[in-house]
Structure formats: structure tokens, C-alpha cells
Design a protein around this ligand. Structure first.
Ligand code: AHG
Ligand code: MN
Ligand code: MN
Length: 346
């Protein structure tokens, strides 16, 4: 009996590319550079407990008023450098930069792609050794060949994504990506310094028993969401309720668990933040693409598919409901029936 062969990220990418005879190999090269950046960030995160120079905040705020952690900054720099080094990316929109970063060198100007990134997701969890992640999203640029990219290049709806993925720095480090032909997962093997194939064509259960939402905001939620939470907590042996609440506070980690086990993640609008918290370009679109490719669903809770929303600004926020298809539809039903208003009912 022979053991099944280990396949690295680069091997799988090259194999996939050979299925498309006209592909120039650019996307493959780009994904390899993302893999490389992920390894560097991973090694820094793994040492966080030893290297106090990278723990804590750098006393700056990003454009969204959130305190930047030192590792937010580090991961942002590493990803942007790796993307520029690929020579096929013309610009990057990052959660950590107020404006888009435009690459002006000759090589990059001829590139075909633009990237949206959340370099470090869940960064408030770094100092306490809880899973964090990186999220990326790849589009073709729309500005003409050889021209510098503008904001318009980044304001494409998520259904135009060429590829998307995330890295989860968890009890093991994994890279999960899609190019629109299923969702594929790799696990990092530190002994050889490679991401190795774990699962091709991942599928998420159509229903599950986990709900993930920051219930601390309960009294500020719209009525439809409050009623859905009560539904999750009710006893009903037929639909296997009550469900279990799991919330890490790192979207990547919460989503990854629910993808494997079946469940729902909700970040709704609240009485104090009328678009919720999560960012359409850096968080919702890539996660929605991966969810759909695994058979799940992603909406804003109001019947709108996340991937069909046309962004108006790069840092735009949107209410987010993602996970097992039947559970997402249930939330939609509750929002329709009980509405979007606020009341004092607990
Ligand atoms: P980031 O660290 O990139 O700013 O993202 C944090 C996000 C997301 O990962 C997480 O699910 C959510 O914020 C948690 O927000 P609350 O603390 O409001 O629940
Ligand atoms: Mn994030
Ligand atoms: Mn972030």
C-alpha cells in the first residue's frame, strides 16, 4: 500500500493552470506570492509571545477609527511588498490604508490585477493567542492597459472576483482559496515550509447547529435579528434546537469553523452603526465568494446577495449574514417578517 502523495500549494496551482491552455500563469504567480507573504506573517505571529516588540497597538488609528495593532501594520507591509514583487498587480486597497496604493513601476503598470486585503483580521485577538487571519480578493483591473489604476478599479461588485481566499493562523495555519471552481484548503507544514493540500471541493452542510454573533450588542439589534436569536435558543427536537453559540471575534476563524461544521455568522446593522461593522471589499466579498463556492450563501439580511452589491466607496461597510444556505434563508425570513426597526423588547 502506498501513501497518497503530498501536494504543495504551488504544485496544485500549476496543475490547475494547465487545465486552461490559454492561461498565462499570472494568477498562479500571484497566488504563490500571497502564499509567501502568508508564511512570513505566520512566522511573526507564531513568535508573538516571545517578541514583545510586535505585541500591542502602535497608537495610531486607521481610517475607520480603529486602533491599529503593530501586527496590522506589519502584515499590511508584507502583503503589499509581496504583491508588488509579483509584478502583475497594479494596485492594492487595504483596510489599513486610507487611500488605494498605486504601483507605478513599469512592470506593475502592465499588470492585469488589483487586490483588496484585510492583512490581519481579528487583530484584537493577537495579544491573547487566539486565532487571527488574513483575507484577500483578486479582480482584473478595468483601467486600460498600461494606465495607473484609480478608485473605480476597486469599486467592482464581488461577482467580478477572479479569486479570493483567506489564511487562518490557528492551531494549525491553513490557506483556503477559490478561483471560482470550488473551494480548496491547504494546511501549512512548518517542517518543510509549505502549504500542503488538505481538501479539494470543500462543501459546507446546508444547515447546522452553530450561530455566531456578538450577542453583547443584543439590545441594539433590529427586531428581526433579536427574534432569530430567540429562535436559535428555543427548544425544538425536530430542528435540533437550541443551537450552540460560538463567537471568536475573528471573522476568518468564526467563518472557517462554520464552513466545516455548518452554521451561521451574522454581523447585522445596529442602532448605533447603521451599516454594521464588516467591510464589503476586504471582508464580506471574499468570504461570500468562498461560501458560495462551498455551497453556502451570503446576503446582507435584506434579500441582497453580497456579491451583487455595487460598492460606492472602498471602505464601505455592509450588514453580513453568511453560512449554511438554509440558515441564511431563515434569517432572511425573520428580517422580512419582523422587520428592521428597533424596540425595547428584550
Ligand atoms: P479587523 O481585526 O480586521 O478589524 O476585523 C475585526 C472584525 C471581524 O474579524 C470580527 O468578526 C469582528 O470585527 C468582531 O467585531 P466585534 O468585536 O464588534 O464583535
Ligand atoms: Mn477584519
Ligand atoms: Mn484587519
Amino acid at each position: 500500500m502506498h501513501e497518497s502523495k503530498i501536494q504543495t500549494l504551488n504544485e496544485v496551482i500549476i496543475q490547475e493552470q494547465s487545465a486552461f491552455p490559454y492561461a498565462k500563469g499570472e494568477l498562479s504567480r500571484l497566488l504563490m506570492h500571497i502564499g509567501l507573504a502568508a508564511k512570513i506573517v505566520n512566522s511573526k505571529i507564531n513568535k508573538a509571545g516571545l517578541d514583545t516588540s510586535i505585541l500591542g497597538s502602535n497608537e495610531k488609528q486607521n481610517i475607520q477609527g480603529e486602533t491599529q495593532q503593530k501586527l496590522d501594520d506589519f502584515a499590511n507591509t508584507i502583503f503589499i511588498k509581496a504583491l508588488q514583487a509579483s509584478g502583475i498587480v497594479c494596485g492594492v486597497a487595504s483596510e489599513e490604508d486610507d487611500e488605494i496604493v498605486v504601483f507605478n513601476d513599469n512592470l506593475s503598470l502592465d499588470g492585469s490585477y488589483i487586490i483588496c486585503i484585510d492583512p490581519l483580521d481579528g487583530s484584537s485577538n493577537i495579544d491573547v493567542n487566539v486565532s487571527v487571519g488574513s483575507i484577500f480578493s483578486i479582480y482584473r483591473k478595468i483601467s486600460s492597459f498600461g494606465r495607473k489604476v484609480t478608485n473605480e478599479d476597486f469599486l467592482q461588485p464581488g461577482n467580478k472576483q477572479v479569486a479570493a481566499g483567506y489564511v487562518i493562523y490557528g492551531s494549525s495555519t491553513m490557506l483556503v482559496y477559490t478561483t471560482g471552481y470550488g473551494t480548496t484548503a491547504f494546511t501549512y507544514e512548518p517542517a518543510i515550509g509549505e502549504f500542503c493540500l488538505s481538501t479539494k471541493f470543500m462543501t459546507t452542510p446546508e444547515s447546522g447547529r452553530i450561530y455566531s454573533i456578538n450577542e453583547g450588542n443584543y439590545i441594539k439589534f433590529p427586531i428581526g435579528i433579536k427574534k432569530y436569536i430567540k429562535y436559535c435558543q428555543e427548544n425544538d427536537p425536530i430542528s435540533n434546537r437550541p443551537y450552540t453559540l460560538r463567537y471568536i471575534g475573528s471573522l476568518v476563524a468564526d467563518f472557517h469553523r462554520n464552513l466545516l461544521k455548518g452554521g451561521i455568522y451574522i454581523y447585522p446593522k445596529t442602532a448605533v452603526s447603521c451599516f454594521g461593522k464588516l467591510r464589503l471589499l476586504y471582508e464580506c466579498n471574499p468570504i461570500a465568494f468562498l461560501a458560495e463556492q462551498a455551497g453556502g450563501k451570503a446576503t446582507d439580511g435584506y434579500g441582497n446577495r453580497i456579491l451583487d452589491i455595487k460598492p460606492e466607496s472602498i471602505h464601505q461597510r455592509v450588514p453580513f449574514v453568511v453560512g449554511s444556505a438554509k440558515m441564511v434563508l431563515k434569517v432572511e425570513e425573520f428580517m422580512q417578517e419582523f422587520g428592521d426597526g428597533y424596540n425595547d423588547e428584550h
